[in-house]
Design a protein. Structure first.
Ligand code: CP
Length: 332
């Protein structure tokens, strides 16, 4: 049984194959490959793009999707083994996952970081508990550690813009926010770009390092794909010659108090403006997973500029997810 909850389910070669399939589907829609199939989606957190694009992907493939919101008309779910369920959680994953598996043909789960630190994020307890107990293929709708469908859409957008991903200079640049956001998206930018053979620079202020396990995984992919990876605290130098500027907020480690992230003028200067593009290549593009807090994380002038591909990137969620679903069901 196939699952796609982490990039390790595909690896660099698998990602390349799915990107090719997604590009094919975008050129020529494949029709009802998944006629009669139902995707169940359980959301522990809100979504605009992920929910809509998966629902539309299933419709376009001849199937259907059912979306459930944990705690909102659906019981709150406990995922810890041995928990004494005497608080607000009335359902355990040990029943929820196999029961849902009797109704649907594949199951997606969105469960963000529990805010309990790097080690807990790396364990990715909620999505992995569903994966252990589900009897059908699982797909991640974003978890504590990774957002693999976003990572695929990002790489499809890079491939479309530059005709390839190999050697494309991608700068993942930390950005400010009002909250210490989790690292799933920046982790996936690094992992998917490494798997795709990009020339990656991760720029962030001191104290905002990505986790060791993810960095090691990216290095492992680089050994296979030929990617180059470096880390710097110098945003200006990182942006020199960039083809892709991917700006994203993430929290420090250990997690800081919320207002310490935007209260410092030095950190506010990391918010991309047009000035940040002065030394990029002339064909540079700007990416962000969305949603984005305008003029806190990214300036209006960048989001509304000719550099921005954020809408194309969001559209590409649809095509890569159609490819991922076809693969999950053994139709690719
Ligand atoms: N990028 C992304 O996953 O968007 P949503 O949170 O709206 O699904």
């Amino acid at each position: 049984m196939r699952h796609f909850t982490h990039l390790d389910d595909l690896g660099p070669k698998g990602q390349a194959a799915l990107l090719k399939l997604a590009a094919d589907f975008k050129r020529n829609e494949p029709g009802a490959l998944l006629k009669g199939k139902v995707l169940g989606m359980l959301f522990f957190n809100p979504s605009l793009r992920t929910r809509t694009s998966f629902e539309v992907a299933m419709l376009k493939l001849g199937g259907q999707a059912v979306a459930l919101e944990e705690g909102s008309g659906v019981w709150k779910v406990e995922t810890e083994d041995g928990a004494v369920m005497n608080a607000d959680k009335a359902e355990h994953v040990r029943e929820a996952a196999p029961v849902l598996s009797r109704y649907v043909d594949a199951l997606g789960v969105r469960a963000f970081s529990r805010g309990m630190g790097q080690a807990d994020d790396d364990i990715d307890g909620v999505i992995n508990a569903f994966r252990r107990h589900a009897k059908v293929p699982m797909v991640s709708l974003e978890s504590a550690r990774e957002h693999p469908c976003q990572g695929l859409a990002d790489m499809l957008t890079v491939q479309e813009s530059f005709g390839q991903t190999q050697g494309v200079k991608v700068v993942l640049s930390w950005a400010p926010h009002v909250k210490p956001l989790a690292k799933a998206v920046p982790n996936s930018v690094l992992l998917h770009a490494a798997a795709a053979g990009c020339d990656i620079t991760v720029a962030h202020p001191p104290g905002f390092e990505l986790g060791e396990a993810v960095r090691a995984q990216a290095q492992r992919y680089a050994g296979e794909s030929g990617a180059r990876i470096r880390y710097t605290h110098d945003q200006r130098e990182a942006l020199n010659g960039a083809h892709v500027v991917y700006a994203k907020a993430w929290g420090p480690e250990p997690r800081a108090s919320e207002d310490s992230i935007v209260s410092s003028p030095a950190l506010r200067g990391w918010m991309p403006t047009l000035k940040h593009f002065e030394n990029c290549t002339s064909e540079a593009i700007f990416l962000h997973c969305l949603p984005v807090r305008r003029n806190v994380e990214i300036s209006d002038e960048v989001l509304d500029s000719e550099f921005s591909r954020v809408i194309d990137e969001a559209e590409n969620r649809l095509w890569v997810q159609m490819a991922a679903l076809a693969w999950l069901f053994g139709k690719a």
